[in-house]
Design a protein. Sequence first.
Lengths: 209, 127
Amino acid sequence: MESQHARSGEADDDAMNSAVSTLDTELLAEDVRAVPVSMDAFLAQVERRAFRMAELNLGHREDALDAVQDAMLRLVKHYSDKPPQEWTPLFWGILRRRIVDLQRRRKVRSIVVGWLGGRDEDGEDLPAWEPADMGPGPLERLHDSQSYADMAAAVKLLPQRQREAFMLRVLEGLDVAETAQAMGCSEGSVKTHLSRALQRLRDQLEDWR
Amino acid sequence: MNAPDNHLERRARELYREAARQLDPATAARLRAARRAAVSGADGSSLAQRLLQLLLPAGAFAAIAFAALMLSSPVQGPTGGTGAGLSPVTEADGELPPDAAAADPALYQNLDFYGWLAKNGDSQASR
């Protein structure tokens, strides 16, 4: 019985992952990922998407900018000599770790603020002294801003690893191996996390159907 | 089981890419500046590294050469000896009176004899 259940779960994972692969193939036809000619060209190609990804994870513009800037610096400093084909998973891996670092740091600050008697706006987000984000909102210039906001809210509710798998694999379009490298886990884990993330998102984004 | 509809994935990716394209100019400018700083910083540091790679062996060679020079030709006193027995005060300044502690005590005991010797020596030379 359990083995039947496990087999059906694996079949679901495979089906979901094959759907993402189909999407990759279709999108790759219109948006071929060329090998960058230089580090500058590579960073110019990914910087805006990296910012959006960091912003989706951190929910704060300045923190997102810091994370992207730091990821750029580290990639250039430590991996410039690597072949350009390897820059993509390396960059997203560095950014992912930077995001996790910032989230942890923020959590510690929140705990300290809690001890000191301060309160966050919504439980565990920004501490009391955090300056308000006065820059233009991420959705102001977006045509389909409500849909993006819905998606961002749903993605934010995902557990960390599922969110990472969804963002890297579906949003950024990394293949399974690259996603596994960026996440520091096996390809099988990527497939499992992604399958669960897609199930949750389908439940939360019913209106999209 | 049929493959699930990939509408969600497609829509999510489209929105994400559109959001990246529609980034406000201020943020885009800051990202550009960050990229240039990262790339130029790396250029600067690699130049510094190359300079360091060149200067480090040159500096090491100079230090070794200096040490070898010092070992092969130790400093010699004005009389040609090693100068080890001379006190630094008498070497440095001959105008100063001799240090009582460093001088030979026999010199003071036989001061009259040395005076007589000097006088006789002068008179013999004048003859």
